[in-house]
Design a protein around this ligand. Sequence first.
Ligand SMILES: Nc1nc2c(c(=O)[nH]1)N[C@@H](CN(C=O)c1ccc(C(=O)N[C@@H](CCC(=O)O)C(=O)O)cc1)CN2
Length: 294
Amino acid sequence: MEILDGKKVSNEIKQEIAVQVAKMREKGEKVPHLAAILVGSDGASLTYVGSKVRSCEKVGFESTLVKMPSTTSELELLNKIEELNKNEDIDGFIVQLPLPPQIDTQKVLLAVDPDKDVDGFHPMNFGKMALDMSTFIPATPFGILELLERYNVDTKGKHTVVIGRSHIVGRPMSILMGRKGWPGNSTVTLTHSHTKNITQIISQADIVISALGVPKFLKAEMIKDDAVIIDVGITRVADDSYEKGYYITGDVDFENVSKKASFITPVPGGVGPMTIAMLLKNTLLARDRHRNRK
Ligand SMILES: Nc1nc2c(c(=O)[nH]1)N[C@@H](CN(C=O)c1ccc(C(=O)N[C@@H](CCC(=O)O)C(=O)O)cc1)CN2
């Protein structure tokens, strides 16, 4: 069994990006600028946005964090997005999800300029991805593809079972794994809460990508020998015996599943850090596109 070490690979990617940014600075060129909008004070979202800003600093990007209160109206958020759309200095930006209930997430994602949509959530970019056109690929699926590639995992002709059909992970992942090329060329089954015989389907999978958010859902007896296991389900479980008041766990019963799998991502330290690294890659792409349009 080999661990797909997202922490290590994400640091390598950040190092590669830092080298490119240093060259831009040497040539006196503008460096990439990422902005993030955070509405409210959800603990996990604060951690992720903080990590995005720190990663920007690490690679030499400029960053802007826009914090808005949890009472922000939809209109106020749409106005802020319009401001960032028009800001020539910002190459790309994200709106951290989830949003408070008074805000319609779909309206918000539609308002982001597709050329600055480094999350790849705008329907234009999602459509381009589905049509194999060059675009921003959502950071978590993009990170999973990168891990599969860097560890040389064979995906051709394999049966990939994706668990969960969220717009951020499951849905795009199912499209990307079925695309032509590598990593891809897989036969994909997208499963969800209405899937019948899900355990039977999982037992036939060569590759399982679980984005369910149910701690330790995937057990060793559910998978095939030598299956590739990708755990996207990062859950914080409240526990006062931990310093932070919680511990982090994935969808996979790592201790037992890892004994049977050929490759497996840990939680923490697997797909999560890759999400941040690939957001930086998308920002680099946004900066290049921005420059070419001028
Ligand atoms: N606008 C977006 N919102 C959200 C996205 C996204 O891609 N764009 N994805 C997730 C959250 N997310 C990034 O925003 C994210 C999740 C997890 C990690 C991560 O590094 N996790 C660590 C554990 C850290 C912890 O929870 O304390 C790990 O797995 O090792 C990074 C980014 C939803 N929202």
